[in-house]
Design a protein around this ligand. Sequence first.
Ligand code: SAM
Length: 287
Amino acid sequence: MTPDKLMNGWFSETSEMWPGIAVSIEIETLLYSKKSRFQQIDLYETRHHGRMLVLDGIIQLTDFDEFAYQEMLAHIPLFAHPCPEKVLVIGGGDGGILREVAKHDMVSSIDICEIDEKVIQVSKDFLPAMSMGFDDPRVRIHIGDGSEFVRHHSLEYDVIIVDSSDPVGPGEILFEKKFYEYSKRALRKNGLMAVQGESFFLHPDKVQKIVRHMKDLFPRYGYAYSLIPTFTGGHVGICVGSGGADPSTPARAIPKQIQTGLKYYDSKIHQASFVLPGFAEKLLQDA
Ligand code: SAM
């Protein structure tokens, strides 16, 4: 458990990554708490926001707003690609991204490489609305480091989605240039890579690092964001590198059967989410 973050029934997310600021969530009960080989895993029932997954003291998701993260990180690259067939998810052990990818009929295979099988198990036990993503027959699970996994693949995927934790602990390697290089090589000709792109308010340096990798490796890139009230900073970036299509515009119509099941993503928000405030735009230009 992370008792230093619990006080009077409230969990407060503090971190050296964002000094002097905290998001606090009122807790009902702690349902699960164990250290895996890779990280401390805590699962809470909150008082007002459903269940909450916390890894090494950092909020990964709540039932309340997880759709804003999963829908945008999955559907932006998938709809920016004219015909995504083979998809790879790195991280994403809760299954929420898989749930969204599985909505696309034209996708024929979905590989996921998650380093910590305990996260998958905890999600299966406590987060059924997300772990349902693992039930799709197209999903193949690989347990291991995402960077090692992509290193051994070449010209294979149309879309790679990096649903990673922050760049400390096991997630650190997924922010390194080498990982981006391997991922680029693992993509087919017009492939797209979308990564959890941190916060332009809280970590301008990390955002610039991600953007530099994308600029160096892909002919086109874009940086979007999604609003996530339970993440410190209230939003998360989504950085997309593309070997073909402009990532900021859907390359095809959104089928009605997908659109009716979505709460955040549509073609207007796809395009609008790439429009950034001036200071963030400058950050990208200077990267
Ligand atoms: N929505 C989340 C966020 O950004 O706050 C991310 C959620 S997801 C649970 C992140 C996952 O990435 C975790 O399950 C973690 O175990 C996994 N992960 C971290 N480092 C990894 C690595 N090197 N290879 C594969 N998976 C990794």
